[in-house]
Design a protein around this ligand. Structure first.
Ligand code: PMP
Length: 304
């Protein structure tokens, strides 16, 4: 990824992509305490627009707050910087990655006194779980690795180190021939995918796990809002894996994954074994929204 043309915003300045480097003794590289966001911009008739930039920027700052990282830039600066990066790189639609990390001044566990840095990059990124998965659904395996316990990791933060757990689960699922992992919480209830929130549909109602052990996903929130607005009952509760086996439909949500149907879990076909009708309805509304074709949700879009 490092050998590309383009610009990256680093600590207040736009610099050449190839010059956006850090020292090997960077604290965050050793201990994983960095926080980040994944944001997407889409092509709309009015120009490129970033989806829910307000919410992503706020979550980034909340993540920093949880780890007591003193970010040297305010909300408005980070908000504008993300627009600038998309504009400067002339991207019509893209993924945006803001990252806040701890510098290399000293390498003890305590990061107190180390400098805090911010970078924002953007690049084109298609369907995260594949175009075919988007249309037909993916095959998922319950992971042997549990999701975070509330008193081990603070999952309101989107922190780099947490993704070691995601990588273990995702690696295991891919090695075993599946497309993605489903992680259970430490009590055995469904939590989320390695980088996605999860939903099921049963008898026309939409269910998703509460937020105790999963990320407070911004796509999750968009789906709940759109479903509510369209008269679909939504229930946030503990979900068991057998409830998922017997669901009529299931799907993952995430900025990268967007809305990806799940057609199989642990070799059990979910519903009819392909993208279900309510999933399709929500997915299609979501793609209208991000493309600026749904006036009701125009406030979720920020033109660059
Ligand atoms: N859970 C995890 C672990 C994730 O990494 C992501 C992606 N950020 C999500 C859920 C979905 O969150 P969002 O919709 O805000 O991208």
């Amino acid at each position: 990824m490092e050998d590309r043309d383009g610009k990256i915003w680093k600590d207040g300045q736009l610099i050449d992509w190839r010059d956006a480097n850090i020292h090997v003794l960077t604290h965050s590289l050793h201990y994983g305490m960095a926080v980040f966001e994944g944001v997407r911009a889409y092509k709309t008739a009015q120009g490129t627009a970033i989806f829910r930039l307000q919410e992503h920027t706020q979550r980034l700052l909340n993540s920093a707050k949880i780890f007591q990282l003193q970010v040297p830039f305010d909300f408005a600066t980070l908000f504008e910087a993300q627009r600038t990066v998309v504009k400067e790189n002339q991207l019509e639609s893209c993924y945006i990655r803001p990252l806040i990390w701890v510098g290399s001044e000293k390498l003890g566990i305590s990061a107190k006194g180390n400098t805090i840095h911010v970078a924002i990059a953007a690049w084109p990124w298609g369907a995260y779980l594949g175009e075919e998965g988007m249309a037909k659904g993916i095959r998922v395996k319950t992971s042997s690795f549990s999701r975070h316990h509330v008193n081990v990791s603070l999952v309101r933060a989107k922190a780099s180190g947490y993704y070691i757990n995601s990588i273990l689960a995702n690696q295991e699922a891919l090695t075993d021939g599946y497309d993605e992992a489903l992680l259970l919480d430490t009590e055995g209830y469904v939590s989320e995918g390695s980088g996605e929130n999860v939903f099921i549909i049963k008898n026309g109602k939409l269910y998703t796990p509460d937020l105790a052990s999963c990320l407070d996903g911004i796509t999750r929130d968009a789906v709940l809002t759109m479903a509510r607005d369209n008269g679909i009952d939504i229930i946030e509760k503990r979900i068991t894996r057998d409830e998922m086996y017997c669901a009529d439909e299931a799907f993952f949500t995430g900025t990268a994954a967007e809305i990806t149907p799940i057609r199989e879990l642990d070799n059990r076909t979910i519903g009819a074994g392909h993208r279900g009708p309510i999933t399709e309805q929500i997915q299609s509304l979501f793609f209208d929204v991000v493309a600026g074709k749904a006036p009701k949700y125009q406030h979720w879009l920020t033109l660059v």
